[in-house]
Structure formats: structure tokens, C-alpha cells
Write a protein that binds this ligand. Structure first.
Ligand code: PLP
Length: 813
């Protein structure tokens, strides 16, 4: 885009403060993006838990000059140009609405409960030979995502494909004004997000608001939908049941594909799609309808539909060879998604050195000269250390990049891979599908077995914000990342928490804290259980010890004095009833005597830990603990004349004892998506999914047995699948022998026989599945809480038992 700041200011009816005539080329809402610069307009969005106004000072230091704000932060007056508006999110929407009005070309708007992103990606693939398409990147379909998508339209585009997602009534009207679709596609109306709508009818009605001024609506014919359609808008419907639909389709399974026979008026023809599941078939038919609407000929339709492919919507982080980490985005290459991937690279980089492996970029609408100049600028602003270009076109423009090697195709690159010395770096792998960059990912990925623990970074953000919303605005948040982030991975989570402006991290032992500091985490870190032998390392790494006994205090003071420390931060733990670690009431006088007038250390905080914050039956005990904490901490503060941070609540304490927030809380298990409370659990998102695959399938006859000790005997012919995960990976043996189950193709398969060290066997007689299919051990079903309950333990133990030999993969939707 290119808009003058004054034009924007006028459109937003903003109060203009500044003296510039800047041309704005991009808008941004992400303070972390290295792409922010002088021609960026930064919208300081305000969410329920996050206020981007707090990043403005930092952004000015980094060269951003233009801001849309609700108020000018005190220390920023006069330092940049500010457009002051009432509500920055609404302003972003207004700007997008204005910007959209500058373009006249067909826009396909997609909404529905399921399948939006897949239909969008497939249409992009099917139509890209003829059109220069702008589409929503990833699943940018929200009140913020849609405006951002629209604002990336440029003069070259001649077709838009955007998706719109809503979670409750009265939201769609905004998206309609911004997107103004000319062609509407209503995808499957499932039960997703039902909680925001009173009835299915209300949901359909709300979704159809998007097509208020569309010229045509494409949909799966259905009586309920028909009653809500505006009779003045043309429709183009399909059905496999209702012969009154405009296109009637008969489907039939043929080997691993589905044969569709379609009948439209007097024409009939066949085509194949490479899927068999209902959802994919439905999504493919929606795309087929668009091709028919655009008047594509039969041959082209047949040819292209057969090439549809599974869509990977996630950016994944994996461990790579020689201490590298990989960001796998090997399924798409276009300018918009490159921008997103580079931002993700910056926010997740585990090694400071950054490498990008990039294929030719397609359908930008720009000349190659212009396109690769823009790509080069992007690469430079993101401070990428080396670029590897793969493809004929990018090779031609090699000289636009610094430290760049190029290869004509993926095979040529793979032949040379050993000479390129990958290691100690973060590598973004981004290529168009045809380049088959999954081969590169497979070569550079650390070789481990098929079992992985997938960690959803969006869910962690969601859960963090959920608990933050329960706190007073002034209450600080320490997040416990001990035991490798409750088994989920320390660094990646710490990095995300840093972005969310958590105030503190907590670890159990010094080495956990050192690993985080060495990886570049800057947040202060409290060590819960510092051993005397680790005091020196604690000091050297600027970790902050919890001191819980006079013996420990004396030992720490001794080393601290030797090192001539002044005001070194420590945390005083009080025992108020947990009886694990901490100063008891009768040791307080001695503690005060030692600390009075002491300048070697500085009491940063006073804390205690509750034994029963999750147990309603022990509420009285919990209240007594809080009372005692109040009494002892007050005494320390009075006698020592100090004002430390006080904290006592863990996750269930936050929920059950909101009045005892003091100055900080310590969030643990809740961040990882687990609550002890049934109602609260519904508000959390699942973070970790333990996955494996089927190694082998066999069918045994009645009377035959499975596994050690013949503990399972089949009573009828039974299909048995072997999964390569066992008790050495953290699956309890108590979960075997019919107690537990895994999920295959969304169906339960009971574990039969005993869990072995590295494998377990399940009964999959009722499930259509094959070797290599994905298996879910825990995640949304079964949840870790469900497993914990059956095994008579707690979720904490299930999560932290997943062995370190299981590879962790982090992703963002
Ligand atoms: C682990 C721990 C927490 C977090 O507890 P959750 O129940 O996981 O929220 C808080 N404080 C201390 C001292 C801990 O050891």
C-alpha cells in the first residue's frame, strides 16, 4: 500500500499530532516484528489483557515514527507522529474499509464453521494460473486479521480470497464492510463456536451477513439455510441428496480416491479427488463449484482437482542437526506468508544466527526484478545472516542478496547439503509445494522416532491471558517453568512469556535457570530450591535464589560477601503450613537479626506456598495459611523497613482465593492447559498433544494372545495395531490391559495387553486405519486429566513423565 499519513488521519477522523508528510507502506500491530520501520504505521491495539501502548517507547527507539493510538504515552510526546483515535481496533477496521473501496475486482468471501482455510488455500492453488491473487495469510479471519489481510492488497491483484470467522452475533457486519465480497462461499456449518449463538439458525443468519451485497452465494443445499437466504441474491448450490440443487453430485470411493460424478443441467462428467474423508470431499466440492461458476472447461477442472493436496496450516519448530532449530513452512511461498514466517522466526529463534532457505516465489503480480528487490529488503530488515535460494528465478537474482548461495532445484541443493555446514543457527525453510521442501526438512531434522509431543503456542498465550484477566491490573505474574516447563519445553515457552510481559520465571534448580539465561532469556528467574553447591553459579548467572533456612542464608551471605556483592536480590520463603521449605514462625527473630542492616542482599520478595488451594474441603486450612503469611510477612516488612513483592498463590489459588493476590501470583499448571476445576477447565485450551503412528497392523483369531504374559486373549477375530511408544516414554503400565485407550482417526482404540518398554498394542477392529496413520496418546481426547484420574494420580505427573527422548515440536496456528 501507499497512503499519505494525512489521508489516513482524515479517514480515521483522528487528532493529528506531529509534523510529517510520511508515505505509509505497511501497517503493523506486532511490536516484535523487525519489519517495522519508518514507513510503518503501528496500531497500538488494546486487548482485555494486553495494551500495545506500552511498546511504543521501544518502537520509537527502533525507528518507528508513525502511530495510531488511543492516547499518547507520557514519555513519548513530541517524539513521533501520533494519530489519536477513540478505539484503535475500530480505526484499523476503518482504514481497511477505506482501502478496500479503492479496488474493484472480484473478491471471494468464505465463511462457515469448518474448512474455511482449506477452501481458501485450495482455491488459491486452483485459480493461481489465471489470476494474481491476494488471500488472507494463514487463518487471518478475525476482527483484526481481516483488516490486515485487506491492507495487503496492491495494484497488481485481480482476485481476492478472504476468510471471515466470528464467534458471536453482531461481529460479521464489521467484516462485511471491510471485505465486501462479491462471491460468497458458505462452508460446513458444524457445531464449532456454538456457545456464542443461541441457535443454529442464529449462527447461519449471522454468517450470511457477510454476503449481504454479494452477487452470488455458493453453498451446500440445505433446508435450514434456504429459509435464511435473501431471495434477491443469486445462489449456486450443490448436493449429493437433493436433486433440486444446481449441481447434483454422486460420490464413489475408488481405491484411495473419490470419484465424483456431477450433473449440472444437461452436462454430466466425472472427476477424481485424492481424498476419502467427508470433510475433504465437501471442501473440494466447494472449490469445484467456484471453477464451474468461473466457467472453467471440463479438462482443466478434472486435471486440477486431482492435484489437490493436504493443507498444512501451521508453522512448526523442530530440532535440527548440529544444534540448529528448524522452522518448517515448507508448503507455501508467497510474499505475505514470507513476512509472517520471518516474524515467527524472530520470535522463536533459539540461536542468534538466522538462515533462510527459500524457493522461487510465485504469483506476486510484480515483475521479478521488483519482487526480488522487495524480498531482499525484507531479508535485510530481518537481519538474516545467510540466504539459500532454490529455483531458477531466485538464482537469477542472487546478487540482490548478501551471503547467498543458490541452486537450480531441490535435488541440486540436497546433493551439496553436507558442504553447507548447517549448525548453531535457526533455519527457516520456506518453499512452494512443487519444490518439495519437506525433503529438506527431513534431511535437516534431528533424527528421532515418530513419537512427538506437539505444543500449541497459541494455546499457551490464551491460557496466560485467561489467568491474567483474573488478576488486578497491578498484580505481577511469575510463571513456573520448572521441570522443563512441566515437560513441555523450557526455552520456547520462556521466550513466549517474555513477549507477553510476564514479570518473573520460576525454576526448581539452578541448572534449569542457567539453561534459560544461556539461551538468551532476559526475564528475572527465581530458583526455588537452590543447593549450596550451586550458589556460585546462581550469582554468576544473575539468577535469584529462594532462601528458606538460616543455614542457607548464612551460606549464601558468605559467598556473596566474598564476591563483594551489594544488594543481590533474594527471595524469602515462609513456611505457613505446607511444611516443605521455608522459615517457620519461631525462626523469624533470628532471621531478622541477620538481615537487619545487611546490604549484601536485597529482599526482592517474600513468598509462601499453599498446600490445599485446590481442595474445597480444606478451605479453612488454606485461609489460615494466608492469615499466617499476612502476619509473618508484615512482621518482616516492619522490622526490616522493606517493601518487597509478596506472593502466595499458585494456579488454583488464583481461582479460589482472589483476595490473596498480594503483589504477584505464581502460575504453573494452568498455563499448560490443566485446571483442577471442571468449569474453569472449559476456559483453557489444550497445550500438549502426545502423538505417534501405527507401526504395524495384524489380525489375530479368537484364542490368540497379545504381548508379554498373554494378558490379552482375543475372543473373536481382532485387528491389532502396534504403536512405538511405551513406558520408557512415560506411558504408565497401569494405562495398559484395557484401562486406557488411544485415538485413531478420531475413534477410541483400547490398549490391549501390557504396555511394553517402547511399544504398546491397541485393538483397532472397528477403525478403518492403515500402517503409518497418526495416533493420539493424549491431547483433547483423552485429556491428561482423564488419564490422571483413571490412574489415581495428578495431571502434573502425567505431563512431566513424558520422557526427554520424545521430540518436542512447537507450533503456532
Ligand atoms: C510448582 C509451584 C507453583 C505452581 O503451582 P501450580 O499448581 O502448577 O500452579 C507455585 N509455587 C511453587 C513454590 C511451586 O513449587
Amino acid at each position: 500500500m501507499k497512503l499519505n499519513i494525512h489521508t489516513i488521519s482524515e479517514q480515521l477522523q483522528a487528532d493529528f499530532s506531529g509534523n510529517t508528510t510520511a508515505e505509509i507502506e505497511t501497517v503493523s500491530i506486532d511490536s516484535r516484528s523487525l519489519q517495522n520501520g519508518v514507513s510503518t504505521l503501528f496500531f497500538a491495539l488494546v486487548g482485555p489483557n494486553n495494551d500495545a501502548h506500552s511498546y511504543i517507547n521501544e518502537l520509537i527507539v527502533n525507528g518507528v515514527r508513525n502511530f495510531v493510538v488511543a492516547h499518547i504515552p507520557e514519555n513519548c510526546v513530541g517524539k513521533a507522529t501520533f494519530l489519536v483515535v477513540q478505539n484503535t481496533t475500530v480505526a484499523l477496521q476503518h482504514l481497511a474499509q477505506y482501502y478496500r473501496s479503492l479496488f474493484v475486482f472480484p473478491v471471494i468471501g468464505i465463511t462457515g464453521s469448518n474448512g474455511k482455510t482449506i477452501v481458501k488455500e485450495w482455491l488459491n492453488f486452483l485459480l493461481s494460473p489465471e489470476f494474481t491473487i491476494i488471500r488472507s495469510p494463514k487463518s487471518y479471519n478475525s476482527q483484526v486479521g481481516v483488516p490486515l489481510s485487506i491492507l495487503s492488497i496492491n495494484e497488481q491483484h485481480n482476485l481476492g480470497i478472504f476468510e471471515a470467522g466470528i464467534s458471536t452475533v453482531a461481529e460479521m457486519v464489521h467484516l462485511e464492510r471491510i471485505m465486501k465480497p462479491t462471491i460468497g462461499i458458505l462452508t460446513n456449518i458444524g457445531s464449532a463456536h456454538d456457545e456464542g449463538f443461541a441457535t443454529i439458525g442464529e449462527k447461519i443468519k449471522e454468517k450470511l451477513v457477510l454476503f449481504k451485497e454479494a452477487q452470488i452465494i455458493i453453498y451446500h443445499k440445505n433446508k435450514t439455510i434456504d429459509t435464511f437466504l435473501n431471495p434477491n441474491i443469486k445462489t449456486f448450490s450443490w448436493s449429493c441428496k437433493d436433486p433440486n440443487a444446481d449441481v447434483f453430485i454422486v460420490k464413489k470411493t475408488v481405491l484411495d480416491k473419490t470419484l465424483l460424478t456431477l450433473k449440472k443441467g444437461t452436462t454430466t462428467f466425472d472427476l477424481k479427488i485424492p481424498f476419502q474423508d467427508d470433510a475433504s470431499i465437501e471442501n473440494a466440492i466447494q472449490c469445484l463449484m467456484v471453477l464451474l461458476h468461473f466457467g472453467y472447461d471440463q479438462d482443466t477442472i478434472e486435471h486440477r482437482m486431482e492435484l489437490l493436496y493436504p493443507v498444512e496450516m501451521r508453522l512448526k519448530v523442530k530440532n535440527g542437526i548440529h544444534n540448529s532449530s528448524l522452522i518448517d513452512d515448507s508448503y507455501s511461498s508467497d510474499f505475505q506468508s514470507l513476512k509472517i514466517a520471518l516474524d515467527f522466526l524472530e520470535s522463536q529463534k533459539q540461536y542468534p544466527k538466522k538462515t533462510v532457505i527459500l524457493s522461487d516465489i510465485f504469483q506476486s503480480g510484480l515483475s521479478n526484478e521488483e519482487l526480488y528487490s522487495k524480498v531482499s529488503q525484507l531479508i535485510t530488515s530481518n537481519k538474516i545472516n545467510r540466504v539459500i535460494g532454490i529455483g531458477a528465478t531466485i538464482s537469477e537474482f542472487k546478487n540482490k542478496f548478501i551471503n547467498c548461495s543458490t541452486f537450480p532445484d531441490t535435488d541440486a541443493f540436497l546433493a551439496q547439503i553436507d558442504h553447507l555446514h548447517f549448525g548453531n543457527e535457526t533455519i527457516l525453510i520456506k518453499g512452494a509445494r512443487t519444490f518439495q521442501f519437506e525433503q529438506i526438512v527431513a534431511t535437516l531434522a534431528e533424527k528421532t522416532h515418530e513419537t512427538v509431543l506437539e505444543i500449541n503456542l497459541n494455546a499457551i498465550s490464551h491460557n496466560f491471558n485467561f489467568f491474567k484477566s483474573k488478576l488486578k491490573p497491578t498484580t505481577k505474574m511469575m510463571v513456573m517453568v520448572k521441570a522443563f516447563g512441566y515437560g513441555n519445553g523450557g526455552f520456547e515457552i520462556a521466550k513466549l512469556l517474555e513477549h507477553h510481559k510476564a514479570d518473573y520465571l520460576g525454576v526448581a534448580f539452578a541448572d534449569e535457570g542457567m539453561a534459560l539465561k544461556n539461551a538468551g532469556i532476559k526475564l528475572p528467574i527465581m530458583v526455588l530450591n537452590p543447593e549450596t553447591t550451586s550458589f556460585l553459579a546462581i550469582i554468576q548467572n544473575q539468577l535469584e535464589p529462594e532462601i528458606y533456612s538460616l543455614k542457607g542464608l548464612h551460606a549464601f551471605l558468605k559467598i556473596a560477601k566474598q564476591k563483594n556483592l551489594k544488594q543481590f536480590p533474594i527471595h524469602i520463603k515462609l513456611d505457613t503450613g505446607m511444611h516443605r521449605l521455608g522459615f517457620e514462625e519461631n525462626t523469624l527473630t533470628d532471621l531478622i537479626a541477620v538481615l537487619k542492616g545487611n546490604t549484601t542482599v536485597f529482599i526482592k520478595s517474600i513468598l509462601s506456598h499453599m498446600a490445599t488451594s485446590d481442595a474445597p474441603e480444606h478451605q479453612e486450612f488454606a485461609a489460615e495459611q494466608i492469615q499466617l503469611f499476612e502476619k509473618l510477612s508484615t512482621k518482616l516488612m516492619m522490622e526490616l523497613s522493606i517493601k518487597p513483592i509478596r506472593h502466595i498463590l499458585n494456579t488454583s489459588g488464583i481461582s479460589n482465593f482472589p483476595s490473596a493476590q498480594y503483589d504477584m501470583v505464581r502460575l504453573g499448571i494452568g498455563l499448560y492447559g490443566v485446571s483442577n476445576d471442571y468449569e474453569e477447565q472449559k476456559n483453557l485450551e489444550n497445550v500438549s498433544t502426545l502423538k505417534s503412528i501405527i507401526s504395524q497392523i495384524r489380525t489375530i483369531s479368537a484364542g490368540e494372545s497379545v504381548g508379554y504374559g498373554r494378558r490379552f486373549i482375543a475372543t473373536k477375530p481382532t485387528k491389532i495395531a502396534t504403536i512405538p511408544i511405551g513406558y520408557a516414554d512415560g506411558i504408565s503400565r497401569h494405562w495398559g490391559n484395557g484401562v486406557g485407550y488411544v485415538m485413531i482417526k478420531n475413534k477410541k482404540a483400547a490398549i490391549v495387553g501390557s504396555v511394553c518398554m517402547d511399544m504398546l498394542m491397541v485393538d483397532c477392529s472397528e477403525i478403518e486405519c492403515s500402517e503409518g496413520d497418526s495416533v493420539i496418546i493424549f491431547g483433547t481426547t483423552p485429556t491428561v486429566s482423564e488419564i490422571a484420574k483413571k490412574l489415581d494420580t495428578i495431571s502434573y505427573e502425567i505431563l512431566t513423565s513424558v520422557s526427554q527422548r520424545v521430540k518436542r515440536v512447537f507450533y503456532r496456528e
